[in-house]
Design a protein. Structure first.
Length: 263
């Protein structure tokens, strides 16, 4: 039976195959384009994806060997190396760095996937393999979109990511949501398609997922991939498909965009 860790690893492999196909065709001008991450060009997003892969791999290896998570100096040295490379060098190395990580995950045996607990390089409880891979998939999916949207304003999150990330979004919005950006409180009914999901979005002292409210202040209807991009701040009007709607007399889509400023 396929479990959560296997599903996450398979999705990450699909994402890497997707990114590798993109990177092979990039020209020098492509790498210099402004990405969906407003302060980075495409090569800087690739740098982040490459350095992140090395950090995640070192974290897994530290758990396997008993050495523990990489320390701050080690992580800074990885960032410095990637930052110091040219745009072309970042593109040259990003696929290999991610291949090393994904291959390590794919090579873990069943017992390790079930039992390994992985200390992190920041203050947080250790994660199991599924949890750590979910962290990486979240980062990988959104930053792959940052690359794609540099060339296509209508770019969407890919199917390999959407189904998996929906189960991670509740945790993510606890970090990305900013309830203070809304003047007042709101209880929104959320109805997603592809895949279909229904739940509530509560905006009060904090932002949280809830049961579907009985008397909502509004009904948000959207493709699941756009909901995920909303939570991550990748929701500008030019990147919002026509089928997104918010039926409300109290709150607008622009209000929701302010609640989720992104990361």
């Amino acid at each position: 039976m396929t479990d959560r860790a296997d599903e996450m690893i398979k999705a990450l492999r699909s994402g890497l195959d997707d990114l590798a196909g993109l990177v092979r065709g990039f020209t020098a001008d492509d790498l210099a384009r402004r990405s969906g991450a407003s302060e980075w060009d495409v090569s800087q997003v690739l740098s982040h994806l490459g350095s992140g892969a090395e950090i995640f791999l070192a974290t897994i290896d530290g758990a396997l060997s008993g050495a523990g998570a990489p320390d701050g100096d080690f992580i800074k040295s990885i960032w410095a190396r990637w930052d110091g490379w040219s745009r072309a060098e970042r593109a040259e190395h990003v696929v290999g760095a991610n291949e090393a990580l994904v291959s390590r995950l794919e090579g873990l045996d069943r017992q390790t996937k079930d039992e390994l607990r992985i200390p992190l390089w920041f203050p947080a409880p250790p994660r199991d393999v599924a949890g750590l891979t979910g962290m990486r998939l979240t980062e990988f999916a959104y930053h792959t979109w940052d690359v794609k949207v540099a060339f296509d304003q209508a770019a969407t999150l890919e199917p390999w990511a959407v189904a998996q990330l929906l189960d991670e979004a509740g945790v993510l919005l606890g970090f990305t949501g900013s309830a203070g950006e809304l003047n007042g409180q709101a209880a929104i009914a959320v109805r997603l398609t592809s895949p279909e999901r229904s739940f509530g979005l509560g905006i009060d002292d904090a932002v949280s997922l809830t049961d579907v409210p009985g008397a909502p202040d509004g009904v948000l209807s959207a493709p699941a991939e756009w909901w995920l991009r909303l939570v991550a701040g990748r929701h500008a009007p030019e990147h919002t498909p026509a089928e997104v709607s918010l039926d409300s007399e109290k709150i607008t889509l622009d209000d929701l965009r302010r609640v989720f400023p992104g990361f």
